[in-house]
Design a protein. Structure first.
Length: 446
């Protein structure tokens, strides 16, 4: 497409855009007060007499999206006194002005629900929920909106960290190039402080388990434990399934044993077995002892299979249908089971418990609810493997079957588990040996 603007007009438009961007940044910068830059700033009364020096800014983090400033901590000689925000007439960048010559200065005592911005937040980890990442607060920005002061932004730039090393007249200037909206932030309570969120950030509920797993892996130990406590146990178990083995190992050793047992028990059986294998025998036995008896027995049975065989990577959670049931019955079973886990297919057995067929979810949608299961079964029949089949056999069967899963059967052809394609991929990735895939041609020597 031909360019319809003369060269000088294009250059002029670019200059105007650049100028407009500079004006926006200047406007943002001029409206923000740097908390880090304000520390040690003088606090003066109405007649500009020095009262003390600012030590910290007190906020409440459990009221709305943006933390509201409730007061200041100032140092007067050897005392640490509290100034209520109602007694502050102006919080500037380099000085705090009080609204009276007589201010009731009380010794500072932290109250429940209060957080200190310099001591508890700056230089600590936070969750940027919108960006699904862990950030470290280099600075915080306060804005005067209406009659109150609010924490509105988190600066995560390295430049802002360096700025704090500069002289006071320069360190108080905000650098708003990498400022996150505080509405997207999930804070953490610090060890030794009484502050805990009443509920997790709404954005946490929208993150995928894989994103939350990445966040857990990036967090420090205290923050990791707190994030885990914010998630419902069933969601936390899904997240643990997405973690790298070494990080999962450290996490399970770090949290209380009863919490670890609950989480592992709620994981998919194959994922739970992988997690248990990475623990020492003493740790493994301790976790199993904390679990419900039936669940512990199931996992002990799976642990008897060696790594690298079908029984070691299968899940025992299968949905079973009989020939005298209907599609309606099958749908009800899927609906009931999906409250706890995803269902990929349903095995059909005869009166002796032997495998007849494996129905997909599409089979349930394509048929009338009153259709008997016996009228739906038929070729192509499912791919099967024995529990002691090695990984190469599993891969070959899965490729030859062209399905999303394989049914694991015992010597009497009774279904005992299922292997999903992603479980096979995980098992292959975890092996260190060089592998030749079944579809690859053999080399000259093999």
């Amino acid at each position: 497409m031909p360019d319809l603007l003369p060269s000088e007009d294009r250059d002029g438009r670019r200059r105007r855009f650049r100028s407009r961007g500079m004006l926006v940044r200047q406007s943002v910068n001029s409206s923000l007060v740097s908390v880090a830059g304000l520390i040690r700033a003088p606090v003066r009364d109405l007649e500009s007499h020095d009262v003390g020096r600012l030590v910290d800014v007190v906020v409440r983090w459990d009221r709305g999206i943006y933390p509201q400033v409730s007061g200041l901590v100032i140092r007067i000689g050897s005392r640490r006194a509290f100034v209520h925000v109602a007694d502050v007439s102006n919080m500037g960048r380099r000085v705090v002005q009080l609204g009276s010559t007589r201010v009731d200065l009380k010794d500072f005592v932290r109250r429940p629900g209060e957080q200190l911005l310099r001591h508890d937040v700056i230089d600590h980890q936070l969750l940027d929920v919108d960006g699904a990442r862990v950030v470290r607060a280099a600075d915080l920005y306060v804005a005067h909106v209406g009659s109150r002061y609010w924490v509105v932004g988190v600066d995560v730039s390295f430049v802002s960290f360096l700025r704090r090393l500069l002289p006071a007249r320069m360190s108080s200037r905000p650098t708003a190039e990498r400022v996150l909206d505080f509405a997207s932030i999930q804070p953490f309570g610090r060890p030794g402080t009484p502050v805990k969120l009443r509920k997790p950030h709404r954005g946490l509920e929208q993150l995928r388990p894989a994103d939350l797993a990445d966040l857990l892996e990036d967090l420090g130990r205290p923050e990791r434990r707190e994030l885990l406590s914010l998630l419902p146990p069933e969601n936390a178990a899904d997240v643990l399934e997405e973690m790298e083995p070494r990080h999962l190992h450290l996490l399970l050793r770090d949290v209380p044993i009863d919490q670890a047992a609950v989480l592992v028990a709620m994981m998919e059986p194959d994922e739970a077995v992988d997690a248990l294998r990475d623990l020492s025998e003493e740790e493994r036995l301790s976790l199993l002892a904390q679990m419900p008896g039936a669940r512990a027995a199931e996992l002990r049975g799976l642990l008897t299979f060696p790594e690298g065989v079908a029984g070691g990577i299968m899940t025992t959670r299968i949905v079973v249908l009989t020939m005298n049931e209907t599609i309606r019955d099958a749908r009800e079973k899927v609906r009931a089971r999906r409250q706890e886990e995803d269902v990929d297919a349903l095995v059909v057995i005869d009166g002796e418990g032997r495998l007849i067929d494996d129905l997909s979810l599409m089979d349930l949608l394509d048929n009338d609810p009153d259709t008997p299961i016996a009228a739906v079964v038929g070729p192509p029949y499912p791919g099967t493997v024995l529990p002691d089949a090695d990984l190469d056999d599993v891969v070959e069967q899965l490729i030859g079957n062209r399905g999303a899963s394989l049914v694991v059967v015992d010597s009497e052809h009774r279904p005992i588990g299922r292997i999903l394609a992603d479980d096979v991929v995980d098992a292959l990735v975890s092996t260190d040996v060089q592998r030749r895939w079944p579809w690859q041609p053999k080399g000259p020597g093999g």
